[in-house]
Design a protein around this ligand. Structure first.
Ligand code: TA6
Length: 279
């Protein structure tokens, strides 16, 4: 595990051998790159992303905490993605590398959200697997509520030729359609228009299939919901730090706890996990 400078920001590079590696930025506690053995990048990082600390980094795996999207009074997706995290632990061995980053409340977070907490993000690269574990502890004297997500931007070769399997039968709230509740009937989700959904209570592992490669996505622990986002033509053009054709190359499949806020009593912890496996 090396400390590197990634476009001017301090970051860790986790190398696990055979070309398997990840880059994690301390700004945002954000994974910016992941390559399984063979060295093919599997996360989308916008070529127009800004790294000056003034805005969240567009791409990789932003941590949304303590609020997902606009589901509350905080800035969109909370403050964790624009906070400076510290390195709590790093370890590597035969075929793996593991780093844990931490964030705790300070004057700036308490001004937005009056609670004492610690958050930890553990990032493990091992063979063809990227495993992210996000843990929140209430270190204060009273309970609090939060929503959260790992807002994973997956790199795809051509979004219209990408199939997402495993979401059939689950209901979802569709932000691209006035928050209507829908349900997929077909076996496969195809992305052919703006897509901005939160699927509820997803228990199955998902499969992202492309013509020459696939990715297994497992959110089984802690994160009960799955958000699927693609900005499509107009929103890509409207978002300053995304190129106009970005929607073709990315698909967000996010491990989320969004439908129901999580309630954390004083002294308690919660954790959730997302595991990606390159197939
Ligand atoms: O997870 C989907 C979402 O909440 C969308 O509604 C979309 O706005 C996206 O996240 C990106 O949000 P951002 O604040 O990073 O532009």
């Amino acid at each position: 595990i090396e400390r590197i400078d990634f476009k001017g920001l301090p970051a860790l590079r986790l190398g696990a051998g055979n070309g398997a590696s990840a880059v994690v930025s301390l700004f945002g506690g954000q994974v910016l790159s992941w390559t399984p053995p063979g060295g093919q990048e599997r996360l989308y990082l916008s070529p127009a992303a800004r790294f000056d600390g003034s805005t969240p980094i567009r791409g990789g795996i932003p941590v949304c905490f303590p609020q997902f999207a606009d589901l509350g009074p905080l800035p969109q997706h909370g403050f964790a993605r624009t906070a400076n995290w510290s390195v709590l632990n790093e370890r590597s061995g035969e075929g793996y590398a593991l780093a844990t980053l931490g964030l705790r409340d300070d004057d700036a977070t308490r001004a937005l959200w009056p609670h004492a907490f610690t958050a930890e993000l553990s990032v493990l690269v091992e063979d063809a697997r990227l495993d992210l574990e996000f843990e929140v502890t209430n270190t204060g004297g009273e309970g609090f509520d939060f929503t959260a997500a790992l807002h994973t931007y997956l790199a795809v070769r051509e979004v219209e030729e990408t199939r997402v399997e495993g979401l059939h039968g689950y209901s979802y709230r569709d932000k691209a359609d006035a928050n209507r509740i829908g349900r997929d009937s077909g076996d496969v989700l195809l992305i052919e228009a703006e897509t901005d959904r939160v699927y509820h209570g997803v228990e199955r592992p998902l499969l992202l299939r492309e013509y020459d490669r696939s990715l297994g996505i497992n959110n089984a622990d802690g994160f009960v919901d799955v958000a699927v986002w693609n900005p499509w033509v107009e929103r890509s053009a409207a978002i300053a730090d995304l190129p106009d054709d970005a929607f073709r190359r990315m698909l967000c499949i996010e491990a989320a706890a969004a439908r129901q806020p999580l309630q954390l009593a004083a002294g308690k912890s919660w954790w959730g996990r997302q595991t990606l496996v390159a197939l």
